[in-house]
Ligand binder design. Structure first.
Ligand code: CTP
Length: 142
């Protein structure tokens, strides 16, 4: 298998569902990052069969809401001085700000300069409730 070096400092998003890594890459706009970014896809995994993985070797302020929505099976590893200093299992965010857009055309958030806010409404299927108009939106992934 192709070997990718360990990094000195940055973030490794591991255990991304196979096929979802490229979406997360674009969602996080990693094409704009000034630093080394590696997207690996189709890595054999004993737990997942196959997985994707992203390494970001730079200071990067990860939008955990976005990561939680796009890669809820994942793990975020923070690397400093070549060591994993924090490992966090990604979860669906309970509250999301500014990432989703309400699909209700009459919602005030679509007419005024307000930050979108949603609360997690259900996990199977994943759905979020708009905090302004109570519209529930199912998220379709995969
Ligand atoms: N990693 C890295 N650079 C480092 C340290 C770790 O790129 N300096 C990567 C590893 O290659 C791995 C991920 O970060 O993909 C997590 O590292 P580690 O916790 O050491 O691996 P595992 O024990 O396999 O992780 P898990 O238990 O979460 O499966």
């Amino acid at each position: 298998m192709i070997n990718v070096s360990k990094i000195r400092k940055g973030v490794v998003i591991d255990h991304i569902k196979a096929g979802e890594g490229i979406k997360l890459y674009h969602g996080l706009e990693l094409e704009n990052v000034q630093g080394v970014v590696v997207l690996m896809t189709g890595i054999p995994s004993s737990k997942m069969g196959k997985k994707d993985l992203i390494k970001i070797e730079t200071d990067f302020d990860l939008n955990m809401d976005l990561v939680g929505l796009m890669a809820p099976s994942g793990t975020v590893n923070v690397i400093e001085n070549g060591q994993v200093v924090n490992k966090e299992k990604i979860r669906l965010p309970k509250h999301v700000r500014g990432v989703l857009t309400c699909k209700n055309p009459a919602c005030v958030s679509n007419h005024q300069d307000l930050e979108e806010m949603f609360d997690l409404a259900g996990e199977d299927p994943v759905s979020y409730r708009c905090c302004y108009c109570d519209q529930v939106m199912e998220l379709h992934r995969g």
